[in-house]
Write a protein that binds this ligand. Structure first.
Ligand code: SF4
Length: 380
């Protein structure tokens, strides 16, 4: 099946640095400036980078610009799940906003209102906040991810944040970190004493979707080769089939990707695999139509979900999930947790034959897959 040519490191798309004046003297900021070696503009404390044009039309241009600044809000908070759909109790570690890659379906286009990329350089505050949160609940197990408002590794060759996070997590008795990416910037993960506390994860899709709708991302083969490498370095892996998109030949496409995945990566290294059919805020459709006029998948039939997002009809979702689950189960290790991101109990029952509560709840199912058995410490 045809795959696109590789773009390489998406950080190459960044051509200009903006540095907040109050961050210039931080050693970490200095380090990044020296490593990036890019034209640089200082930004006053109350200012933001100046990018020509209006949002979201200036988003393509804005992705060339990286703003090194301070996070004045919180770094660490629960993933914004909703009551209506089963959520997995994930915790988001907010390392920055926006991403140099450009997926047509990216929810950040509708969620953010600034075109530039931000990266937070006050990482002492980040670690202090983590220290406090993890110590406050020693009997709770935290699954933490940095890939909610940005890609976890896309800028890592500029920021070199991943070794700091991995080494920090290695010392934590009650948490794991998931680095989720569509890039293959894994070089900084080699040789680290991660102690099984970091998982490396990739989003996967059917090859035509990856080729047409995921701009500047790594190819399927690149992602799988990087995953195999991380498994060799002892990292646990995770994969996310999200968003699953209805398209001509979808069965063949997803089958191809799944078979390729298990041919490339040892099944026992995979802690979890999620499935999530396309869902989007209504405002995203127009943004994507303007920015990517060639793209067609938003013109299918959708229904309004209880969380305000549009989804495929239930029967369509169930058909796609059943097909993908059956293929995954052909290869997956029995300990790998296969689950839905944001689906209701009816869909769980129709596809898996049970609701998460019958297995102790989705958070517990995921915790078990990385060897945590509710308050008893890490085993396995
Ligand atoms: S890689 Fe993720 S964060 Fe980046 S554009 Fe694609 S969906 Fe958005």
């Amino acid at each position: 099946m045809k795959q696109t040519a590789s773009f390489g490191d998406p950080a190459r798309y960044v051509t200009h640095l903006h540095v907040a004046e109050d961050c210039l003297d931080l050693p970490y900021t200095r380090e990044i400036i020296a490593r990036a070696n890019l034209p640089m503009t200082m930004v006053g404390e109350r200012d933001v980078p100046a990018i020509e044009g209006d949002y979201p039309a200036n988003l393509t241009r804005g992705k060339h610009h990286l703003w090194l600044c301070r996070n004045r809000g919180v770094f660490f908070k629960p993933c914004p799940g909703t009551r209506e759909y089963r959520c997995c109790n994930y915790q988001v570690l907010n390392i920055g906003m926006n991403c140099p890659m450009d997926c047509v379906y990216c929810i950040l286009q509708a969620y953010l209102n600034n075109p530039w990329l931000s990266f937070f350089v006050n990482i002492e505050d980040l670690f202090a906040e983590l220290d406090q949160a993890l110590a406050a609940e020693p009997n709770r197990f935290f699954r933490i991810g940095t890939g909610e408002f940005t890609d976890s590794l896309a800028l890592d060759n500029l920021t070199l944040l991943s070794p700091k996070l991995v080494e920090y997590m290695a010392r934590q008795p009650n948490a794991v970190l998931e680095l989720k990416s569509k890039s293959v910037n894994i070089e900084n993960l080699e040789g680290l004493d991660h102690r099984g506390r970091t998982l490396v994860a990739w989003s996967l899709n059917s090859p035509p979707i990856m080729a047409r709708e995921e701009i500047r991302t790594a190819t399927l083969d690149e992602r799988l080769a990087a995953a195999a490498c991380c498994a060799e370095w002892g990292y646990k892996l995770a994969f996310h089939f999200d968003p699953i998109i209805l398209h001509e030949g979808w069965e063949e496409g997803y089958r191809f990707t799944i078979d390729r995945l298990f041919a490339a990566v040892p099944a026992e290294a995979i802690a979890w695999i999620s499935m999530g059919a396309l869902r989007y805020l209504p405002s995203l459709k127009q943004i994507a139509a303007d920015r990517f006029p060639h793209s067609r998948f938003f013109y299918q039939e959708f229904v309004d979900g209880l969380d305000g997002k549009r989804r495929y009809f239930r029967s369509q979702r169930v058909a796609m999930y059943r097909f993908i689950l059956e293929r995954l189960r052909k290869h997956a290790h029995p300990r790998t947790c296969i689950y839905f991101c944001m689906e209701n109990d009816t869909i769980w029952r129709e596809v898996f034959g049970f609701a998460p509560e019958e297995q102790g709840g989705l958070p517990a199912m995921l915790d078990r897959s990385v060897g945590w058995f509710g308050g008893l410490g890490r085993q396995g």
